[in-house]
Design a protein around this ligand. Structure first.
Ligand SMILES: Cc1cc2nc3c(=O)[nH]c(=O)nc-3n(C[C@H](O)[C@H](O)[C@H](O)COP(=O)(O)OP(=O)(O)OC[C@H]3O[C@@H](n4cnc5c(N)ncnc54)[C@H](O)[C@@H]3O)c2cc1C
Ligand code: FES
Length: 510
């Protein structure tokens, strides 16, 4: 169990999912083992249970304690990288398949919460995309044209009841949705366990292997799980060292929550045309007030450590639109894996028969996770699935060749950092609560001094493929810019694809 977890807390985190679940304490057998208990893993497990398979879900941390607990819960079938981009990258047929599958995912969440009677604030609402002053007006024209080709209904409008947006053109998409993600998963997890599904938090997986007869999973505890099939839903895949990781890149993204009078802003999803975009959504509180969530200010993981400036920019942006917004309630960050062609990678692993993967959530990881639950059970049962081609993990996004080169250049520039001097010359310079890279001869040390003065020193070499780590002052963890691993100051893994903790370095300073 990790003693130190990432630091900030999202607006949802008061709700615990499967609080009674226990770590796996013995060897086990199951039809399908699922590694990773976020929206993807739990949704896939639920669908498999309904089809009569036994399932066992393993997570390194708490159930639904990964990026799902940090989401902002926008359930939009609309590609968040814009419909025109999606169309030009994927072509009309696959773009229509993307749209249909994302809509089906929202419909599935709606049906499940109704069937199971989950009180998770699910509601349909409009999505409103408004023109940012820095964008050309033609951006919206391109969207309307692409929407017609993909088959998405859109209406034009002018003027929103927000300061500075009174004359701003916008597009309105109907039938979007939102919900409370952890209340939803609490209900889903209860139904799963009531039907005999097994959920095991604090059960980190270290190795997955398959042969002709089945799959064998080895946990850090030494226990093993034997299964006919395995689904790797760890957000960033832990079983694949290289191939999938060259086709996606980790981005850190920020969100804040503020009090707002109920009714002061119509309940809808709002986002603008800037890149990266800003977005606004609402959630309710029991005391008659609403909570407004605002997000954006993304950057590539590890390429900035300036969270206060990012939050200040978000706050200034939203207070310009809503000057009488109430007090701040929460601020947090998380990571999304952006793919080169905007679609996740969901399906059977290349050259494997029994191993399935879902990754590449982009900003649409909630719907992507549920899309995975519509595809993977069909593939396990060797049935046709109409959406499988859109998300085929082995696809090569040829139209994204330039992006491929620039995203993978991160690895090259990152490795050059081993030659750079340390950020401090000695651990003695570290202040309580501070982390920094320190050179020690030919090596680099990731050093952190806790508030109580305890010094943690680890190797600054990521245990996935050896990239150089960067300190994240907001979350008080080490981020890997290459493929998104996070490590706690004591070296334990917080987020994959890394499996092994950082090598400890014996303190030589004080
Ligand atoms: C600030 C923010 C806002 C967002 N807003 C939206 C939004 O509005 N709409 C939307 O659709 N998406 C949004 N996203 C994206 C979405 O929340 C995520 O993509 C999605 O929740 C990921 O779900 P997941 O199941 O793939 O991963 P996770 O929830 O991260 O689950 C993966 C699990 O795998 C476990 N794991 C990892 N390694 C191991 C191992 N070795 N052994 C066992 N378990 C392991 C982890 O502990 C984790 O619990 C947002 C993300 C962020 C950060
Ligand atoms: S996550 Fe791949 S090298 Fe760090």
């Amino acid at each position: 169990m990790n003693a130190i977890r990432e630091h900030s807390r999202s607006v949802w985190m008061d709700v615990e999912v499967a609080a009674d679940a226990q770590p796996l304490s013995d060897d086990a057998k199951t039809d399908v083992a699922i590694v990773g208990a976020g929206i993807a893993g739990l949704s896939i497990a639920y669908e498999l249970m309904r089809r009569g398979h036994s399932v066992l879900v393993l997570d390194r941390g708490p159930i639904a304690g990964g990026m799902t607990s940090r989401t902002t819960a926008h359930l939009a079938p609309i590609c968040d990288d814009s419909l025109s981009e999606l169309l030009s990258m994927r072509g009309a047929e696959l773009a229509r398949g993307f749209q249909a599958s994302q809509s089906a995912a929202v419909d599935r969440i709606e049906a499940i919460q109704r069937e199971l009677g989950i009180d998770c604030e699910f509601r349909r609402l409009d999505g409103i995309l408004f023109l940012d002053p820095k964008s050309e007006a033609s951006v919206l024209d391109d969207e309307v044209e692409a929407a017609a080709e993909i088959g998405v209904t859109v209406e034009r409008g002018n003027g929103l009841p927000l300061q500075t947006l009174e004359d701003r053109p916008y597009l309105r998409y109907s039938e979007q949705a939102t919900f409370h993600p952890l209340k939803y998963l609490q209900g889903l997890a209860k139904s799963l366990t009531d039907q005999g599904g097994k959920l095991h938090p604090y059960s980190a997986v270290e190795e997955i292997s398959e042969d002709g007869s089945g799959v064998r999973i080895r946990l850090a505890s030494g226990n093993t799980v034997e299964a006919a099939h395995v689904v790797v839903s760890t957000n960033s895949p832990i079983h694949d060292l290289f191939a999938l990781h060259t086709k996606q890149a980790p981005y850190r993204t920020y969100a804040m929550a503020f009090e707002i009078e109920r009714g002061a802003l119509a309940d809808a999803l709002y986002w603008d045309t800037e890149d990266p975009y800003h977005y606004v959504r609402l959630t309710s509180r029991s005391d008659g007030k609403d909570i407004l969530i605002v997000g954006g200010e993304d950057h590539k993981t590890g390429e900035a450590d300036d969270a206060p400036a990012r939050f200040a920019a978000l706050e200034s942006w939203i207070r310009t639109l809503i000057p009488d917004l109430g007090r701040e309630l929460h601020r947090w960050s998380g990571q999304v894996m952006d793919t080169l062609d905007y679609g996740a990678f969901i399906g059977r692993e290349a050259q494997r028969e029994r191993t399935f993967v879902t990754t590449g959530d982009s900003g649409q990881g909630i719907t992507h996770g549920v899309v995975a639950s519509l595809i993977i059970p069909d593939l396990i049962e060797r049935k046709e699935c109409p959406y499988a081609a859109v998300y085929e993990p082995a696809r090569k996004p040829l139209k994204a060749a330039a992006t491929f080169l620039s995203e993978n250049a991160t690895v090259v520039t990152n490795l050059a950092e081993y030659l750079a001097p340390g950020e401090l010359s000695s651990v003695d310079e570290l202040q309580p609560g501070q982390g920094a890279i320190i050179r020690d001869g030919l090596d680099k040390i990731a050093a952190y001094r806790a508030e109580d003065g305890t010094l943690h020193q680890c190797s600054a070499v990521c245990t996935h493929l050896g990239c150089h780590l960067q300190w994240n002052s907001l979350e008080r963890c080490w981020d890997c810019p290459c493929h998104g691993s996070h490590f706690a100051p004591d070296g334990s893994v917080l987020n994959g694809p890394a499996i092994a903790p950082l090598a400890r370095v014996e303190p030589s300073g004080s």
